[in-house]
Design a protein around this ligand. Sequence first.
Ligand SMILES: Cc1cc2nc3c(=O)[nH]c(=O)nc-3n(C[C@H](O)[C@H](O)[C@H](O)COP(=O)(O)OP(=O)(O)OC[C@H]3O[C@@H](n4cnc5c(N)ncnc54)[C@H](O)[C@@H]3O)c2cc1C
Length: 462
Amino acid sequence: MTTRHDTPDIFALSEIHGPVLRPGDPAYADEVTGFNLAALHTPDVVVGATGPDDIVTAMRWAKATDTPVAVQATGHGANFPIEKGLLINTARMTDVRIDPATRTATIAAGAKWSHVMAAAAPHGLAGLSGTSTDAGVIGYTLGGGLPVLGRAYGYAADLVRSFQVVTPDGRLRETDPQHEPELFWALRGGKGNVGVVTSLVTELLPLPRLYGGGIYCPGEHTEALLQAWADWTRTVPDEMCSAFTILRLPPIPQIPEPLRGGFWARVAIAWPGLPAEGEALIAPLREAAPVAVDTVEVMDHAALDRIHMEPQDPLPGRESCLLLRDLPPDAIRAFLDQAGPAAGVDFPLLMVEIRHMGGAMSRPSAVEDAVCARDALYFIDSVGIMAAPPAAEAIEQATQQLYTAMAPYGTGRTMVNIHGTPGDEQDRARAWTPEVYERLRHDKAVYDPTNLLRYGHAVTPA
Ligand SMILES: Cc1cc2nc3c(=O)[nH]c(=O)nc-3n(C[C@H](O)[C@H](O)[C@H](O)COP(=O)(O)OP(=O)(O)OC[C@H]3O[C@@H](n4cnc5c(N)ncnc54)[C@H](O)[C@@H]3O)c2cc1C
């Protein structure tokens, strides 16, 4: 059966300055493909937006034709396929303006953290990036934004001053704590549920340098390092940010020697204070197990990617996560049984991680937002690289078993940014508390009553 979404009248999109492409057009595949290759997008039409006007035109057309809309900047969050409707690609909108006087950045829809870091660094400023500066600022921040320096400064969403956003009625709106405060609330943690953001203004921090990197031990010492790290996290000041990771790295040239092809236990460190203090604080970790590689050093903030060493090239990733109330001995045991040396070197997940939460991330935002992870003291996340079956099945099974084993120690909730493939409504709702989810449903009914923005981590309108 042919629906009108199969043959959208794209002539109405002729005012758009960027490309407007349909399946079969030579540039279509490049336009829809993002960082995560696990989801193959096949929308009826993709618009390469060049500015807010293009997004307004696209949204008005979508409203007039009742066409569902999805947004992609980098595709780091592309863990579900967009099979119908309109995809707005914001990747061309990379403008970043720094105001050193107010220590703020105005960041366009398609800018990555690497763009912001490069623009802010000459002023001695930096933003609250996650573990990869290749991710888009807007998508990351709408999902709360769990930063590398989260224990020291809180969530990225907490620092946003204002948004410019096109709501599904096709109106370009400015929102901040004084103007449409409910819209402002829903955008900070509620993901892309109530509009397509064209830019945001965020505070920056005076952080030209930090002390950070990774302490890597051979995988057979996982238990000693994990136990030492878990004990140590109970003693450190709020500003000490760290994560424990088990890595089974493939033998590919993108991974530097001597890490390439190895099985490693790692503690990643990010300390924004004086390097000498940071060095003294992490000394027990360096003595906990034989250290094979130690990259912890004073670094430019813009070199943040060296801390977690996230992949820079597109790949088909299957991620998942769970917020943990605490990390008691039983939880450590369960984690080791699932992903430690006992699981073997052939265990199919590339990385399994526990991040230390708390600190500033447990304090409320100055202006209330929709971030729901403030009660978690730890956070577990994992990534598998989805090759052809049977690898994909093995990854799925290992992921299910890991999170089932960790469930007794969890809050029952995820973070929307790292939730992974969205399931049914009950599954998607796990990214928020029931109260926040209900409030988002009401906001969705106000701003997106016909559910144009229905892809991915979509909230069902009340
Ligand atoms: C290697 C890696 C490391 C990561 N590390 C972290 C981390 O440390 N902390 C963390 O919090 N997350 C992290 N993430 C998750 C990341 O924050 C999310 O995938 C986020 O969605 C990326 O945004 P994007 O715009 O780059 O991705 P995209 O795939 O382009 O967009 C993802 C979603 O964001 C929304 N979105 C994007 N742009 C807009 C817009 N202009 N208006 C409305 N909605 C929009 C849409 O819902 C879209 O589907 C990581 C992901 C990867 C792959």
